[in-house]
Design a protein around this ligand. Structure first.
Ligand SMILES: [Zn+2]
Length: 274
């Protein structure tokens, strides 16, 4: 498996009562960073895993009912903090991003998608279908915003479900087979159901062959993974399916205990920043 350079970007944050993301947590608001990841592939160039917030998020939540999203989890993003601005400062133009892989379609993961107008998009068909069938209010209640997808989304998307099945190390036996996005075994999408429709993580080898699993929102913090404490059912039922979420969560906790050298990186926790 190819060893890939990767970087983490914090692209804005929102405020959440701690108790809504951690069972038994306090009700004071805590900072909830929105992370995006850049992975450098030797042939495919720069690949993003999610995009964090972006100016489009604020435009899309200007009016009701979408504004409810912004009121429920107040986001913060400085002008120069969008992913496209941060990449530019690192010498990477938006047109150099060949591929954007979407873990799922929540607004804090796809808020910057429109800034990458020439990228191929990998997304679960299940995720798109779940958004496409909803009206504005129903979508907003699930953390989804129609306006964040570019108009030409369907011309640019490649469905994750259509990628060939991939072999994963034996310790992944409790999960369904991965999906080999580029057909070369370098980036493998892993279905992590429960948090939202069509929710995927991404497995690859980082520097020195270190195994990395970006777990998106299947677990919200490294601490939760260590302690085995899931978020309250109220939150997971509101966003997705608690039964499926808990099953994924427990499998990830077991995987973490069985294979501690696998670096699992949640999308809203800075503990594992490389
Ligand atoms: Zn989410």
């Amino acid at each position: 498996m190819t060893a890939l350079e990767w970087h983490t970007y914090e692209v804005g944050h929102c405020l959440h009562p701690e108790g809504s993301v951690r069972k038994g947590g306090a009700w004071r608001p805590v900072r909830f960073p929105a992370l995006a990841f850049l992975i450098r592939h030797p042939e495919r160039g720069a690949v993003l895993f999610d995009t964090g917030y972006g100016k489009h998020f604020f435009a899309a939540t200007q009016r009701m009912p979408e504004r409810l999203y912004r009121l429920a989890t107040p986001p913060r993003l400085q002008d120069d903090e969008s992913l496209v601005s941060q990449l530019e400062r690192d010498g990477i133009g938006s047109d150099e991003i060949g591929t954007v892989v979407l873990s799922h379609l929540h607004g804090d993961h796809v808020g910057g998608l429109r800034d990458f107008a020439s990228s191929t998009i990998f997304c679960a068909r299940e995720a798109w279908h779940n958004l496409a069938r909803r009206g504005r209010l129903s979508a907003t209640r699930k953390g989804l915003l129609h306006d964040l997808l570019p108009e030409n989304f369907l011309q640019r998307v490649r469905w994750i479900e259509n990628a060939p099945p991939a072999g994963l190390p034996e310790c992944f036996r409790e999960f369904s087979p991965g999906r080999d996005l580029f057909g070369d075994g370098s980036l493998i999408a892993l279905h992590l159901p429960g948090h939202a429709a069509g929710h995927y993580g991404l497995f690859f080898r980082g520097r020195d062959g270190e195994p990395i699993l970006l777990i998106a929102d299947a677990v919200w913090s490294s601490r939760a993974l260590r302690d085995g404490v899931p978020p309250p059912a109220m939150t997971t039922s509101w966003l997705g399916n608690t039964l499926a979420y808990r099953s994924t969560f427990e499998r990830l906790v077991r995987l973490h205990r069985a294979w501690p050298w696998l670096r699992m990186v949640p999308s809203h926790c800075l503990e594992h920043r490389p």
